[in-house]
Design a protein around this ligand. Structure first.
Ligand SMILES: [Zn+2]
Length: 170
């Protein structure tokens, strides 16, 4: 179900409405407008000094138990790079440097019955610190892998698979 299909009433005036597949909700009674634009997320292909790549095992749905690059949703007021650094710090306790933009792909994030449109920004980054401090609410385990050992189909999201392809081809 798309977010717009959950709007049974105008959030401002409460008038009943018919949910539909639309890009924006417009209340015919009070004129309230709500946009269902994609939310923004950022993730990084983090490399250690020996060239191994960090993958985390997701602790939560969607894609629980699948492998992923570290990242998350950008908070209001953050740049994609700031949000990315915060997420990396929170999820695995790493400070990264040499953050470089790689590519950007749309994604569909299925959560509690709603399919949210997301725009995923991908970066590469480097880390010197070998020790991770995992947040068990978000991350079950991690591995540093030779990029050749990473199986694209094991990655959590199609956007992530495409980003990995893109990175390998550069
Ligand atoms: Zn209204």
């Amino acid at each position: 179900m798309q977010p717009s299909q959950t709007f049974f009433h105008c959030p401002r005036c409460g008038k009943a409405t018919r949910p539909s597949l639309v890009m924006r909700f417009v209340c015919q009674t009070c004129g309230f407008v709500y946009f269902f634009n994609p939310t923004v997320a950022a993730a990084a292909i983090i490399l250690n000094p020996s060239g191994s790549l960090l993958l985390i095992e997701r602790a939560k749905e969607p894609a629980k138990g699948k492998w992923a690059f570290v990242g998350g949703f950008i908070d209001p007021g953050e740049s994609a790079e700031e949000g990315l650094q915060r997420e990396i710090r929170e999820e695995v306790g790493l400070l990264v440097h040499d953050i470089r933009y790689l590519c950007c792909y749309p994604n569909a994030y299925h959560y509690l019955g709603i399919t949210y449109p997301v725009l995923d920004f991908f970066y590469t980054a480097r880390s010197k610190a070998p020790d991770l401090k995992l947040d068990p609410a978000e991350v079950t385990s991690h591995q540093w892998l030779d990029p050749e050992e990473v199986k694209e189909e094991d990655l959590a999201f199609s956007s992530m698979q495409r980003a990995f392809q893109r990175w390998k081809s550069t």
